[in-house]
Unconditional design. Structure first.
Length: 432
């Protein structure tokens, strides 16, 4: 199978024609934020930490502000405010379904984030399900499964497909393949279309962690033939505590309710009758209405902008960042599949002579640049990329032993931010 075949479906956003109703790229809140640096000066903040949490889009803030005056309970109130809020909440569900190109009968369950979504699905797997997952995954996709087969980091995309093929062929009973669409460590795109095909050939299902993909590229669940996708609002310019699990209803309808309480039941007497509709079944209690409205507003804003403009600007900035860092002696970019492999706006790197924490603190304290340092909640993968072994001293996500620096861009990132980072790292290297 050629690389082109593997990535053809995953890369359709770049080739998509701009919509006739495309708008200018929306602004983010905090674009004018100033932060203190060494010497007491204030400088404009260069936020290069989008992969951790993206800032709020102005249209998202506006949607939440507009909803607040009529905020009320959902699904159970007869009053006008309750009816209006219920309508907005359910419209948000339809918007999210359309945003990811879901099938008409797919469930859209609002969660707190991607971690919440993957754990919800883990609790709904049929008895005896075996999960196949690569060691390159974020902990949210690596850890929730009761019975898991873990695969080593593949040397190239075709190897990922081959390894999944062999692992799934050896498993009897229900099985689930779990894979990221875009790595939170390297930004590299995974061959999710080919992996979905392999999973279905073996009677398995596939869950795609789309947390790092959907802020950067269009995703079409139906076209890619995915069974489930999970993503977070806080990475999608909607930092109001909501995410989503979208996918096939049957496992979700039969699984144990994620939370047991009001809204998840049809009736309570001597026996409890749970909803067989997955959406109320797994959304017990008062849901995060404003978070759902915010998430939908972000989906609407990105769709209205059109992916061509977003991708073009991101690729321009990330190419500038990568070439600038590559020109500095002692800076090493982390990559699983090489410099030419397609990726979203994430670059992780190390600087010889400095720990990742030292670099991140200097960038913040001296230059007003925000980046992430650590293992990015992907410990096995980062250890693999750095060639370090695990162990008791290998710390948590904040540990600076065997760690890297991650710079990530998105809407609101500018050429000045990118150039400031490059020059700051160059300055740090010159001090060695």
């Amino acid at each position: 199978m050629s690389t082109l075949t593997i990535f053809s479906s995953a890369r359709t956003p770049e080739a998509a024609a701009p919509s006739a109703t495309s708008r200018p790229i929306p602004a983010v809140l905090g674009a004018d934020l100033e932060v203190p640096v060494k010497g007491g000066r204030l400088v404009g903040y260069a936020n290069l930490d989008y992969a951790a949490s993206a800032p709020c889009l102005e249209p998202v803030s506006a949607a939440v502000t507009a909803a607040l005056p009529a905020y009320s309970s959902v699904h159970r109130g007869a009053g006008y405010a309750s009816q209006l809020t219920t309508a907005r909440y359910e419209q948000a569900r339809h918007t999210v379904r359309a945003f990811v190109g879901a099938r008409p009968d797919d469930s859209v369950i609002f969660t707190r984030n991607t971690t919440d979504a993957t754990n919800l699905l883990a609790g709904c797997l049929p008895e005896g399900t075996t999960t196949v997952v690569f060691d390159t995954e974020h902990h949210a996709s690596l850890l929730p499964w009761r019975h898991a087969v873990r695969l080593a980091p593949p040397a190239f995309p075709g190897e990922a497909v081959r390894a999944a093929d062999e692992a799934l062929a050896a498993i009897e009973g229900p099985k689930l393949l779990v894979v990221t669409a875009a790595s939170n460590v390297t930004g590299e795109l995974w061959p999710i279309a080919a992996l979905a095909h392999i999973a279905h050939r073996h009677g398995a299902r596939i869950l795609v962690d789309a947390a790092q993909l959907v802020p950067h590229r269009r995703l079409n669940l139906t076209a890619l033939d995915l069974d489930y996708v999970a993503f977070s609002g806080h990475k999608l310019y909607a930092p109001f505590g909501a995410g989503a699990l979208v996918g096939r209803r049957d496992w979700l309808a039969e699984g144990e309710p994620y939370l047991k309480g009001g809204g998840a039941v049809r009736s309570v007497g001597e026996r409890v009758e749970w909803h067989d509709d997955p959406e109320p079944r797994h959304e017990a209690g008062t849901p995060n209405v404003l978070g759902a409205i915010a998430l939908a507003a972000a989906c609407d804003a990105l769709t209205a902008t059109g992916w061509t403009a977003l991708v073009r600007e991101e690729e321009r900035l990330i190419a500038r960042l990568r070439s600038g860092l590559a020109s500095i002696d002692g800076v090493r970019e982390l990559s699983l599949w090489g410099d030419d492999h397609p990726r979203v706006g994430i670059v992780s790197f190390t600087v010889a002579g400095y720990s990742a924490r030292e670099v991140a603190e200097a960038l913040s304290g001296e230059y007003g640049i925000g980046v992430r340092d650590g293992k990015f909640c992907a410990h096995p993968f980062v250890r693999h990329l750095l060639g370090t072994s695990g162990g008791a001293s290998d710390g948590d996500c904040a540990d600076d032993t065997g760690s890297a620096v991650r710079a990530s861009i998105g809407i609101g990132s500018t050429q000045e931010h990118v150039d400031r980072l490059i020059e700051a790292v160059r300055d740090l290297v010159s001090r060695r």
